[in-house]
Design a protein around this ligand. Structure first.
Ligand code: LLP
Length: 421
C-alpha cells in the first residue's frame, strides 16, 4: 500500500496535489511520500520483531540525504557500497556502528574511510579484499569487524542483470570454499569475524530461492561454529520484490519473508540483519512528467514527455515496466487511446512503453510513472545535457525540494577547456 491516491479527481501524494508540485518545482520531478517510507520500514520491523535485528537500508536504491535521515530517525542502519554512500550515511546522521559496507571492489581508501569513521561490519567478498583489509586495519592498529559474503549458488529467478547468487556471478565467495576462507580470516591480524552475509539478487518475487539460500546459511553457521568461529550475526541481504503492476498478483509480503528467515535460521541465536532497498522506497516514489507533444506517427500516436531514459533508466536498461497514469483521473466511460510513450532523447531506446492505454492526452497534461522511488533518481544522468532530475519529499500536507534541479550554467561550469587551446 502507498499514499498516492486520487482525491477530487486529481492524483495526490498524501495531502498534496501533484500539480501543485509541478507548478512549484517543474517537471520532470521525482516525488516521494514520507508516510509510505515509514509504513514500509515498519513492515520490516514487524517482520523481524521475533529477534534481535537491524534493518540496514540499501542506500543505493535511493540515497537522497532526506530519505536517509528519515530512515535513520526510525532506527535504520545502512548498507553502503562506496565511499560516497558511506559519506552520505554519515552526513544523514547515521553512526558508523550502524553502517555495513558491501561491494566487490572496495578500495583501500574506502576501507580506511570506514575504519576511521566507524563501521558495523565489512561484508568481504574475496580473499584479496580480506588480505588488503587485514593489512590496512593492522597498520592502523584497528580491528575490522567482518562477515564474509558467501555465494550459495541459488537461482533467484529474477532478471539476469540483477541476479547475484549463482556461481557464475561475480559476487561473494563460493560456498564450497567458505570454511577455508573463514579459517584464513581467523588467523589474520586486524580482522574480527562476526558473521555470514548473503545477497542473492533483487526484485525477487518468490520466497523459494531465499529458503534454499538461507538453509545453506544455517548449515554453514553450524559448520563454522564447529570449526571454532564465533558467528553471532547473519546478514540475509535484500532483494524482496515489489508489485510494479497494479493488476498482477503481488510478491510476498515482508511478514512472509520474515517467517522464511525465522524458519531457516531462527534457532541459531544470531542477530539478524537485512538490507532491503527497493521494497522500502520503490512504491514510495513517482516520477512526474509533462506531455510536450502528441505526435501522430504511422499507425500509432507518440506521447512525447519531458522525462526521458536519462531520468528513469530502468525501462531502457532492463525492459522494466512502470505503470504510467494520468494525473487527472479520467472520467468514467471516457475514451482511452493507445500511445507509445517516449522521451526526447535521441535514441529509439528512449521508449518507456508501447501501446499504453491512456485517456486522450494533450500537450501540457501531467502523467506519473508509478513505483519509481527505487533505482530511479540514483540511476539518472545528464545525457543529452538534460539537467539531473530534481526530487521532492511530501510529508502530510507539506512538501520540500530535497534536491534542486541544477541550472544549465552549473552543468557547464563543471567542464574546463584546457588553457593551451
Ligand atoms: N544488498 C546488496 C549487497 C545489494 O547488492 C542490493 C542491491 C541490495 C542489498 C538491495 O536490494 P533491493 O532490496 O533493493 O532489491 N538497478 C536495479 C537493481 C540493482 C540492485 C543491486 N543490488 C534495478 O533497477 O532493478
Amino acid at each position: 500500500m502507498d499514499h498516492f491516491n486520487y482525491q477530487q479527481g486529481h492524483l495526490h501524494a498524501e495531502e498534496v496535489a501533484l500539480s501543485r508540485i509541478a507548478a512549484a518545482a517543474g517537471t520532470p520531478v521525482y516525488i516521494y511520500s514520507a508516510a509510505t517510507l515509514r509504513r514500509h520500514f515498519g513492515l520490516f520491523q514487524q517482520a523481524l520483531d521475533w529477534t534481535d535485528h537491524m534493518i540496514c537500508y540499501a542506500v543505493k536504491a535511493n540515497s537522497n540525504l532526506a530519505i536517509l535521515r528519515l530512515m535513520a530517525d526510525m532506527g535504520a542502519g545502512m548498507d553502503v557500497v562506496s565511499g560516497g554512500e558511506y559519506a552520505r550515511a554519515k552526513a544523514a546522521g547515521v553512526p558508523g556502528e550502524r553502517i555495513v559496507f558491501s561491494g566487490v571492489g572496495k578500495t583501500v581508501a574506502e576501507m580506511r574511510q570506514a575504519l576511521e569513521g566507524g563501521i558495523r561490519q565489512f561484508n568481504v567478498e574475496s580473499e584479496p579484499e580480506l588480505r588488503a583489509l587485514s593489512q590496512l586495519a593492522d597498520s592502523m592498529g584497528a580491528e575490522a569487524p567482518i562477515a564474509i559474503r558467501v555465494n550459495p549458488d541459488v537461482d533467484a529467478k529474477t532478471h539476469e542483470k540483477i541476479a547475484t547468487g549463482k556461481s557464475e556471478n561475480k559476487f561473494g565467495i563460493p560456498i564450497a570454499r567458505a570454511r577455508e576462507v573463514y579459517a584464513e580470516a581467523a588467523k589474520l591480524p586486524g580482522i574480527r569475524v562476526t558473521g555470514i552475509d548473503m545477497h542473492i539478487g533483487s526484485q525477487l518475487t518468490d520466497l523459494d530461492p531465499y529458503a534454499q539460500a538461507y538453509a545453506k546459511m544455517a548449515d554453514l553457521t553450524r559448520a563454522l561454529r564447529a570449526d571454532g568461529h564465533e558467528i553471532t550475526r547473519l546478514d540475509m541481504g535484500g532483494g524482496l520484490g515489489i508489485p510494479y503492476r497494479r493488476d498482477n498478483s503481488a510478491p510476498p509480503l515482508p511478514i512472509e519473508y520474515g517467517q522464511v528467515i525465522r524458519d531457516a535460521v531462527g534457532d541459531l541465536g544470531c542477530e539478524i540483519e537485512i538490507e532491503p532497498g527497493r521494497n522500502i522506497v520503490g512504491n514510495a516514489g513517482v516520477l512526474l512528467a509533462s506531455v510536450i507533444y502528441v505526435k501522430q506517427g504511422e499507425g500509432r500516436d507518440f506521447l512525447i514527455l519531458d522525462a526521458a531514459m536519462n531520468d528513469l533508466l530502468r525501462p531502457a536498461m532492463y525492459g522494466a515496466h512502470h505503470d504510467i497514469v494520468p494525473v487527472n483521473e479520467p472520467a468514467v466511460g471516457v475514451d482511452v487511446l493507445p500511445y507509445d510513450v517516449v522521451g526526447p532523447v535521441c535514441e529509439t531506446g528512449d521508449t518507456f512503453q508501447k501501446g499504453t492505454q491512456l485517456p486522450a492526452m494533450l500537450a501540457g497534461d501531467l502523467v506519473a510513472f508509478r513505483s519509481a522511488g527505487a533505482y530511479g533518481a540514483v540511476m539518472a544522468s545528464e545525457y543529452n545535457t538534460r539537467p539531473l532530475v530534481p526530487e521532492v519529499l511530501v510529508d502530510g500536507d507539506q512538501f520540500a525540494v530535497i534536491r534542486a534541479r541544477p541550472s544549465i550554467e552549473e552543468i557547464l561550469s563543471r567542464d574546463t577547456i584546457p588553457e593551451w587551446f
